[in-house]
Design a protein around this ligand. Sequence first.
Ligand code: CAA
Length: 285
Amino acid sequence: MSSEIRSILVAGSGQMGSGIAQVAAQAGCEVQLYDVEEERIQKALRSIGDHLAGSVAKSRITEEQREEILSRIKGCVKLESAGKADLVIEAVTENIAVKQSLFRELDTVCAAETILATNTSSLSVTELAAATRRPERIVGLHFMNPVPVMKLVELIRGLRTSDEVCEAVTRLVQRMGKTPVEVNDYPGFVSNRILMPMINEAVYAVYEGVAAPEAIDQVMKLGMNHPMGPLALADLIGLDTCLAIMETLQEGFGDSKYRPCPLLRNYVHAGWLGRKAGRGFYRYP
Ligand code: CAA
């Protein structure tokens, strides 16, 4: 690998994967956006194109820059394409078995020096690393939603992650115009260990009839200056992801203070997953 990361494969073209592909291309990297279905990739590329068109309309970038950024992102449906990437960032579903199986495959198709990063929001980076023969080249890069806007990337150092890998991804994150904050590998890291119990508590407040979702969100917006209320934020993140993170916290710490609210579970069972499903605590047209 050259000293700087120049080519990246992003695995998973959902809202996080497409956002990561966008900021990587904006940072000048050659990006491959991998997913199992061509249709999903095309949807992600359209959404990136639309976001960049918004930046052109606001005169932040020119039309030529938009086209240049887009030309750096190529879709791919074969994981073998990861062979020559300097870095792979995995952003698939928040499930340890799915991620481990992907990491196992990546370990076989990627060059020995390729760094494998996970965008997991709470799962163990060290455990994912154990599925490969390169645990020192595995690291957590936890982007925040919406990726193009949020300044933070939580950089998770697994127990066996090397200093060299942490330094290489730190420089990349800075080139993306974001601030990396290094944390150690424990359930939920820092961001979701603090954020998710707050969201879960907001769901309990709905469940126990303390107030309506709109009122709870208003209290937190106007009273605590949060940019959006916890329930609107849960809808943005995805209620399935919120539930998965609460379960990881509960299992990882064995502490009942992390028990997911039964109402959150019910919403997920009903398919009311938030914005992406058109309905969560709010309805979306
Ligand atoms: N994608 C890209 N850009 C977006 C966007 C999206 N989904 N949503 C909003 N934006 C952009 C807008 O285009 C706008 O850009 P400009 O400043 O260039 O005009 C900017 O963000 C502000 O948007 P709006 O004026 O429409 O609305 P707003 O001021 O209310 O901001 C927000 C929207 C940025 C989402 C803001 O409400 C916010 O910061 N919310 C909190 C988000 C947050 O906490 N994220 C972390 C979630 S936790 C997580 O991601 C980790 C995890 O593991 C669960």
